[in-house]
Ligand binder design. Structure first.
Ligand code: ADP
Ligand code: MG
Length: 253
């Protein structure tokens, strides 16, 4: 574990009032891989993701101790201004919905807010983002029709494209395939495999099978504790901890 990782979490504790949601978490995550945050409900997965971009700090009554570093810079410190953190760490929650705008405008919206207005430049960003989210081929002929006409799976990929247009470095996806059919799920997984060539990805998988299909490394969380962490094939074939084995073999959760 070292400070040169893309993400380095050092003895991090997180509390909602008196409820402790993350307990003494230490973890490093390397660039350009998919790290699956695995565990049953209420194990602290969403709290971890929301801690990474300091969204959790917005909730009244929360507190934390310990440190989180991105590229060696502490995210709660002065060296990482919040707007920069939010730009570098993109997030898509479960069941994201498109804005009631055209497909094009859904993606151009973020870059426009950043002051980019040149049509060609926006068009290029829309195309690159849609290609990265593996949606381009399905929508390239109807960019100016309403995004709300897209299927659930397409809207989910549109939301991923919208986040990519903000040019983050780390992307966090909290159960991006919940409520999706197998074909849409496969499309999202395909896009994740190509995205990891560029981005560092934290994924709360939809289920254990999805984690085993796409993750490079897996952390198993239970009750706010990281029980164990390692390469995906190790966690799924020979976990060190009984609790992990029980979970992946379907004994609980
Ligand atoms: N906004 C909140 N206020 C109070 N407690 C919360 C809040 N969000 C989550 N928690 C608590 O924190 C713990 C971890 O929740 P969460 O991070 O959402 O877990 P997961 O994503 O693994 O289901 C749970 O005990 C949950 O009840
Ligand atoms: Mg959650």
């Amino acid at each position: 574990m070292n400070n040169r990782s893309k993400i380095f979490i050092d003895h991090f504790h997180f509390y909602y009032g008196k409820v402790q949601a993350l307990k003494d978490l230490s973890l490093s995550i390397s660039a350009r891989q998919i790290f699956a945050v695995l565990g049953p409900a209420r194990s602290g997965k969403t709290t971890l993701l929301k801690s990474m971009n300091r969204l959790a700090d917005l909730i009244h009554g929360t507190s934390h101790t310990g440190k989180i570093y991105i590229d060696g810079r502490e995210i709660h410190g002065e060296e990482m201004p919040l707007p920069e953190l939010r730009r570098r760490v993109g997030m898509v929650f479960d069941l994201p919905t498109a804005l009631p705008l055209s497909i094009f405008e859904n993606i151009a919206y973020g870059p426009r807010l950043k002051g980019i207005s040149e049509r060609n430049r926006l068009g290029e960003m829309v195309e690159v983002s849609l290609k990265a989210a593996v949606l381009w081929d399905e929508v390239k002929d109807r960019l100016h029709s309403s995004a709300l006409k897209l299927s659930g799976g397409q809207q989910q990929r549109l939301c991923i494209a919208r986040m990519l247009a903000l040019e983050p470095e780390i992307i966090m996806l909290d159960e991006p395939c919940s409520g999706l059919d197998p074909i849409s799920t496969a499309s999202i997984e395909k896009s994740l495999m190509s995205l990891k060539e560029t981005y560092t990805i934290l994924l709360v998988p939809h289920n254990i099978q999805q984690a085993s299909r796409v993750a490079d490394r897996v952390g198993f969380f239970l009750g706010g504790e990281l029980i164990e962490e390692g390469p995906s094939e190790e966690i799924f074939t020979r976990p060190r901890m009984k609790k992990t084995e029980d979970y992946i073999s379907g004994r609980f959760g």
